[in-house]
Design a protein around this ligand. Structure first.
Ligand code: NOJ
Length: 526
């Protein structure tokens, strides 16, 4: 069921997440850039992705890969110029695609001018732009929603709250339940000034041509807000502003609690690798559900998914990403055969799928890399895209030692060019699945969803997707065992349902029994 305010293009959207520094270097300086992204738009479109999410590409000291913004209104010179961004947006639109930028509203870099001003001892316009207490000797230990503090760094007597790393001071949107003088209310003058400043940032990029934002740590803006009521209100105010000035602007949240984020006016929310979603059970635990060992369990994921799905149906969308820049890659524990079944799942679930660059070719997660730009254990999921078998895998013309991050040196590393030449490759499977999704209304974002078979510690996983004109049943058996289900387990699937797409061997439905081959995905239709 579709929400009235939902942008139509989300129904058919398949996103591709680009980590700009590692995607394509167009000028040989060893780091990816916007013109490099423009060069590769046709590749992304050809894969069947029609929307982009770009990680932050604004001026930054890159102590957290750009999630530490020093100037919200300027593209980091290493990526190009604001003009290049404008051109990128135009090129994206010319291809009928859309683009979301990354909005980091919760904190800035310590190098942002606002922060420099706020560090001063005398009062000025930015004194309350960040959350400061009034005593340098007392930190924020007991204040909920604050990750740590910066202190002793300036003449100002007080500690400044940080949101993530110590270099990311927290912007001040107020406290839901203020319990000290320095804790301002969300409707205080200073908190309102912060929110208005963030609206200016949104205005700036939306008028330059982007289609909306992925919002970083969206659920954490108002502090000491245990039920998120004030943070939801804050987002409703942002949404009201957008509805007024940029009604088509799309927002997707890094929040992980869709029942809350969608109330705040987000169109979509991610299931994340942290929080209660059990997302990790699918691909990234010791025994993932999608491993051929068949020792995984999808039931807890499904229980929480269904809870969220029922709370949000008709109000917005839940996004299940293949991965992102914050977690090990999906190929960490799965091989190519297993990945094909995993993608059959990712590309046939409701909501909007997100493919992290390189996952479509099964790029590896490199363990134990020395941290680059605040990556730490995330660094191994951020190595340069492998385009071909040439110099630096086609990522950059720079000398190898000039690359800002190391490449996967493994001889067996996958690359896009080789996979495009091989019709049996993961790349082609992903491409066929994105096409299949678009051909079948039941498989699209708003198509109905119900679970047919998802038993604890058992395989296969079967679900139904519906549209007015068709019903599709997806039968996934990642395990290396053939399984036969009897009629009573699958009463919802009519006997005349027809298998119309499969990966590896098709499941066979005959005389009331469904025989599901090992490591297979089959789509039935009626
Ligand atoms: C979430 C982002 O995805 C992550 O990369 C970043 O480090 C933190 N938020 C802090 O902004």
């Amino acid at each position: 069921m579709k929400n009235q305010n939902m942008n139509d293009w989300l129904q058919t959207a398949v996103f591709y997440e680009i980590y700009p520094q590692s995607f394509k270097d167009s000028n040989g300086d060893g780091i990816g850039d916007l013109n490099g992204i423009i060069e590769k738009l046709d590749y992304i479109k050809d894969l069947g992705c029609n929307a982009l999410w770009l990680n932050p590409c604004f001026v930054s000291p890159f102590m957290d890969a750009g999630y530490d913004v020093a100037d919200y209104m300027r593209i980091a010179p290493r990526y190009g110029t604001n003009e290049d961004m404008k051109r990128l947006c135009e090129e994206v639109h010319r291809r009928g695609m859309h683009i979301l930028l990354d909005l980091v509203p919760g904190h800035t870099s310590i190098e942002h001018d606002w922060f420099r001003e706020s560090m001063k001892a005398g009062r000025n316009e930015f004194t309350d732009r960040y959350i400061w207490n009034t005593n340098v000797w007392s930190d924020f230990k007991d204040v909920s929603g604050i990750a740590g503090c910066l202190r002793g760094i300036s003449p100002r007597n007080g500690c400044c709250a940080v949101n993530f790393f110590s270099s990311q001071p927290a912007l001040n949107y107020g406290f839901a339940n203020p319990s000290a003088d320095w804790q301002l209310a969300p409707d205080s003058e200073a908190a309102i000034a912060t929110r208005e400043a963030m609206k200016e940032v949104m205005r700036f990029w939306l008028s330059l041509g982007c289609d909306g934002f992925r919002v970083d740590m969206a659920g954490s803006l108002v502090k000491n807000d245990p039920d998120s009521a004030e943070t939801i209100k804050l987002w409703q105010d942002f949404r009201a502003f957008l509805d007024e000035e940029y009604p088509a602007a799309v927002l997707v949240s890094e929040w992980g609690e869709p029942d809350k984020s969608l109330q705040g006016g987000f169109h979509m929310d991610f299931l994340l690798h942290f929080g209660p979603s059990h997302y990790l059970d699918l691909f990234r635990v010791e025994e993932p559900f999608f491993s051929r060992r068949g020792k995984g369990d999808i039931s807890e994921f499904i229980t929480t998914y269904m809870k969220n799905y029922c709370l949000t149906e008709g109000k917005g969308l839940i996004c299940i990403p293949s991965g992102n820049h914050d977690m090990p890659r999906i190929a960490w524990k799965l091989d190519e055969k297993e990945l094909k079944i995993a993608f059959a799942f990712l590309l046939s679930m409701p909501g909007v799928p997100f493919i992290y660059y390189g996952d479509e070719i099964g790029m590896h997660y490199l363990e134990n890399l020395v941290s680059v730009e605040g990556g730490y254990d995330r660094t191994g999921a951020r190595t340069p895209m492998q385009w071909n078998g040439g110099k630096n895998c086609g990522f950059s013309e720079a000398d190898k030692d000039k690359l800002y991050i190391c490449q996967d040196e493994d001889e067996s590393r996958p690359d896009a060019e080789a996979q495009i030449q091989d019709p049996d490759s993961l790349w082609h499977e992903v491409r066929r699945l994105t096409a299949l999704r678009k051909e079948h209304p039941a498989l699209l974002a708003f198509g109905g969803f119900s679970v047919i078979y998802a038993e604890k510690n058992k395989y296969p996983f079967i679900y139904q997707r519906t549209a007015e004109t068709e019903t599709v049943w997806v039968v996934l058996n990642p395990s290396d065992r053939e399984i036969t289900l009897e009629k009573e387990d699958i009463t919802q699937i009519p006997e005349d349902a027809e298998a119309f797409y499969h990966i590896h061997e098709p499941a066979v439905y005959h005389s009331g029994r469904l025989c599901v081959p090992a490591q297979s995905a089959t789509f039935f239709i009626r």
